[in-house]
Design a protein around this ligand. Sequence first.
Ligand SMILES: [Zn+2]
Length: 266
Amino acid sequence: MQIAIGLLLAATSSILAYRVHSLSKDGAVAATFIGTIIFGLGGWQWAVLLLVFFISSSLLTRAFKNRKMELDEKYSKGGRRDAGQVFSNGGIAALFVLLHVFFPQSIWAWTGFAAALAAVNADTWATELGVLNPNPPRLITDLSKRVEKGTSGAISVYGTCAALLGAGVIGIPAVILFPNRSVSLFILVALSGLLGSLIDSLLGATVQAIYFCPTDKKETERHPLHTCGTPTIQIRGWKWLNNDWVNVACGASGAVIPLLAAILQH
Ligand SMILES: [Zn+2]
């Protein structure tokens, strides 16, 4: 029964998101799938966290659109989230809902779920708000090096604060909706989210597949074609490690941190 309600609610919100151009068609199908698992197997508390992530990140993607136009050519995808983005952002969280089904008494399933969402939310907030920073960011692997805005692996104080805020926004409902409320749960979720997003940047600066557009003479995540239509050439990273896989790693590393903390305490 709960799965049927989950399917209904997930399908309704996905169709709405598709109508307002926040999701592509396959993105809406993927979001219905992820939403059904999370609501159907977790319950409304789990769905609230997913919605906080989805609504806040979609709104931020839309906000300040004009100021972000010039950066669109750098990112692998536009504002409409496709199935790859939906699965890469929500997949690890959905995995923790499945773990919760097998270990219903455990705290760590909820903590891992919240931390995974905090990490992908932190990453989205850092990307969407970080570009408004008037100063060029620095490369996470070489902080003395200033790079162009939107470069994979670029960080700034501004973007890092945005990441912490994004993680905190997930941390608040994660504490409120959990029966055993504590400040340490909030800190754990927020910090795990921040660390997850920094790992995302680290992968972006090192092993993520990055391309080059010979026409514009610019680095980009876009492949096989740049926004201008020119085929892009790979210049570094592992070919298979695209932005979606980096997002999976971001969520996974966010979720692993509270698990490690729990193991170390015992
Ligand atoms: Zn180009």
